[in-house]
Design a binder for this molecule. Structure first.
Ligand SMILES: Cc1cc2nc3c(=O)[nH]c(=O)nc-3n(C[C@H](O)[C@H](O)[C@H](O)COP(=O)(O)OP(=O)(O)OC[C@H]3O[C@@H](n4cnc5c(N)ncnc54)[C@H](O)[C@@H]3O)c2cc1C
Ligand SMILES: C[S@@+](CC[C@H](N)C(=O)[O-])C[C@H]1O[C@@H](n2cnc3c(N)ncnc32)[C@H](O)[C@@H]1O
Length: 653
């Protein structure tokens, strides 16, 4: 497979507003929705056009793929109708592609305009019960509060307590659609008018949609243009013209496979049997939570006498992106994982458990600065996500006057206290945590998986087992042991003398070779050492000294502000892999793994947990297909086999 385009620069929507407060795209010369159309048009064209009122009531039609997310009007109408009609155990997957995301700054005006339209739509509407308008407001507020960063790629968000999974994909549909992994029951074709926006109606693109059609899939669009009908027909859809909305004469409905319509499919909803998760670190906890949210009963087995006793047990850690010119998997995982984690933390972003007030990452030296400035010029990231800044701006942003290097400013990055987060998440309904239970064996027996623990007990059967035991995962899964290397890291912390300007900038972490994070408790956390192969866990003075040097290299005043005598520290192990990417995916039927999170597990493990949950529950993936392929557990063995085959050919040739 060829590498996907990086998706940068990502151009936001340039909205202008008509006199009646409806948004318009100057670039395409078209409106997002009309005052006359509003939500009634969404309902008529896309929901009724795909027969979703009837299908929702039967718990069907719940996987939807849209071209053109725009303002999210169709999504909100769909979510509201789904909540009104679908059975309580059904969940909705709405995946939508958008080349020009609406900017966060435009959301308040948009919210106001859409609320007026929703009010008109819902007044006396026979499909909705009392309180629908309030539910609409809740959905819209939840969507806007979690609006994804302007970063190309896949962004999943949950609404309505997790029953609704929205995946918006920022980027050109031509590049991003082939990356989608999933089957869909209904397609919404909602580009701007085909003569103004031809790329979104191309035959090849509609064929890509059709490749993702579930049995009985339908499609609907406001346009009845001949080229659209022909493209749908070429992709195997049988089309039908129906009366359009309001003054529009026609619209199109289409059915991919009439013979299969109504064919039974695996329904969304709780899967079979309880799930066992091995390890109560950030990886295991986020997997447990992702599955419990989907209605599974989860039992977490933890070797230690408390959760988060391994790599996830430091006082705090950073959640920040890594920028690369080719937007490599590390960048994709950190940038999107960061936004996902922030949304997941939700109420825990309280300034004590977690805070997302921005993170600064200084260049390591002049050459590094020149390279990073070049990347900034090439990607042109939206300043709402990443901005390349001179030293004086960074000094002002951080409140640290002696910052003397240029660097990145990530305004939506932050930090979290993993122990606190893990404790809160493990206490959620559907999750039982069993401490002091080192798992010593995983056995596949008739009727499900069974676990043996060090006390000789056998547990199970389980429908699914997820190994998330950090660096110990290789001891449980023999095929992984070669590829996981423990890597010791020690963090240091001490009380801060009053060296740093107070006010809102205090507490904004800074990174260079290491990092400096001022916690609300008045301590400065800094580190960390990185010692591959070293498994020892004692606190070392030499590593405190190294961490101090790392701190001084960010700014001498930061090191000067912490007294040397009363430093505390903690050493733990990262699980690293040969390509520095995590190992996440299927090992065998019902056996899964999430490990190898290296130095970034606090940033990306929640997103990867949701990916595993989607695989386990067979729902559309929140991860691009190529990215998931690059994380699969078998990749190292496959690469080694390919290398061996090449060298054998070389010898015999
Ligand atoms: C010094 C340091 C600083 C870091 N800073 C950051 C940062 O700033 N940002 C960031 O994103 N990431 C950071 N990381 C990385 C991050 O902390 C890890 O990637 C993440 O915590 C890994 O989580 P995990 O759940 O995979 O592993 P762990 O947290 O190690 O959890 C594994 C759990 O499995 C349990 N277990 C082991 N064997 C068994 C068994 N047989 N049965 C049952 N349970 C078992 C262990 O007791 C442990 O609780 C840092 C890591 C270190 C070491
Ligand atoms: C009519 S608007 C969509 C309205 C939207 N469904 C709503 O509910 O608000 C069309 C959208 O298609 C997007 N678009 C146009 N070309 C695109 C492309 N090649 N890839 C992805 N999105 C595209 C536009 O930016 C615009 O937001």
């Amino acid at each position: 497979m060829t590498a996907p385009a990086s998706g940068w620069p990502l151009e936001p929507a340039a909205l202008t507003w008509n006199d009646d407060e409806t948004p318009r795209s100057e670039a395409f010369g078209d409106v997002y929705f009309s005052r006359a159309g509003g939500f009634g048009e969404s309902e008529h064209v896309f929901l009724v056009g795909n027969e979703l009122p009837t299908r929702f009531a039967a718990g069907d039609g719940t996987r939807i793929l849209e071209t053109g997310f725009g303002t999210g009007r169709n999504f909100l109408a769909t979510a509201l109708l789904f909540l009104e009609l679908a059975p309580a155990d059904a969940s909705l997957d709405f995946v939508s592609l958008e080349k020009h995301p609406v900017a966060r700054d435009d959301l308040p005006r948009l919210a106001h305009a859409q609320r007026r339209l929703a009010s008109d739509w819902l007044a006396g509407h026979p499909r909705f019960t009392a309180g629908a308008e309030a539910r609409f407001h809740d959905l819209q507020s939840a969507l806007h509060a979690q609006w994804p960063d302007p970063v190309p790629g896949f962004h999943r968000r949950f609404l309505a307590g997790g029953r609704i999974r929205l995946t918006v994909i920022w980027g050109d549909a031509t590049d991003q659609l082939p990356r989608i992994d999933g089957r869909f029951d209904a397609f919404y074709l909602d580009g701007f008018a085909p003569d103004r926006n031809p790329e979104l109606w191309q035959e090849a693109l509609i064929a890509e949609l059709a490749r993702r059609a579930a049995p009985g899939a339908t499609a609907a669009t406001f346009s009845a243009a001949r080229r659209v009908r022909e493209a749908l027909a070429a992709a195997g859809f049988v089309t039908e013209k129906r009366p359009g909305f309001g003054r529009k004469r026609d619209m199109l409905c289409a059915r991919r496979d009439p013979a299969a319509f109504g064919a039974p499919r695996k329904k969304s909803g709780p899967g079979v049997g309880p799930v066992a998760v091995l390890g109560a670190g950030m990886a295991g906890t986020t997997v447990a939570r992702a599955l419990a949210r989907r209605g599974r009963d989860v039992v977490v087995f933890e070797a230690g006498d408390e959760p988060a006793g391994g790599g996830s047990g430091n006082p705090a850690g950073l959640v920040a992106p890594v920028i690369s010119r080719d937007w490599n998997p590390l960048s994709q995982l950190t940038a999107t994982g960061m936004g996902f984690m922030r949304a997941e933390l939700d109420g825990l972003v309280d300034g004590e458990t977690a805070a997302f007030n921005g993170v600064i990452k200084l260049a390591r030296g002049e050459r590094h600065a020149a390279k990073q400035a070049g990347i900034a010029a090439a990607l042109q990231p939206d300043p709402g996500f990443a901005q390349w800044c001179e030293a004086d701006s960074l000094a002002a942003l951080s409140g640290v006057a002696d910052v003397d290097a240029p660097g990145w400013w990530f305004p939506t990055a932050g930090w979290l206290r993993p122990r606190w987060v893990i404790a809160r998440w493990l206490a959620e309904p559907g999750i039982e945590t069993r401490l002091d239970r080192p798992v010593t064996g995983i056995v596949d027996q008739a009727g499900g998986w069974r676990l043996r623990t060090s006390d000789g007990a056998t547990h199970g059967p389980f429908g699914e087992v997820v190994v998330a035991a950090g660096p110990a995962s290789g001891g449980l899964i023999a095929s992984l042991s070669r590829w996981i290397e423990p890597c010791r890291g020690q963090v240091s912390w001490g009380r801060v003398d009053a060296d740093r300007a107070g006010g809102p900038t205090r507490g904004r972490p800074l990174m260079r070779e290491g990092y400096s994070l001022d916690l609300p408790s008045g301590e400065r956390l800094f580190g960390a050492s990185f010692l591959p192969g070293d498994r020892a866990l004692e606190e070392r003075e030499a590593e405190h000294a190294e961490n101090r040097q790392r701190l001084a290299s960010i700014a001498p005043s930061l090191a000067g502000g912490v007294s040397t005598s009363a430093l505390q520290g903690r050493a733990s192990l990262r699980a690293t892999t040969p390509d520095r990417l995590p190992i996440v995916g299927r090992l065998a039927d019902g056996l899964w793994v999430s490990t190898g999170h290296g130095a970034r597990g606090l940033t990306w493990s929640a997103w990867l947990a949701e990916y595993l949950a989607s695989c386990i529950e067979d729902t559309p993936s929140p991860l691009p297909r190529d990215l998931a392929e690059g994380l699969k557990p078998a990749r190292f063995d496959e690469r080694a086999a390919r290398k061996a085959a090449r060298s054998n050919r070389g010898r015999s040739g």
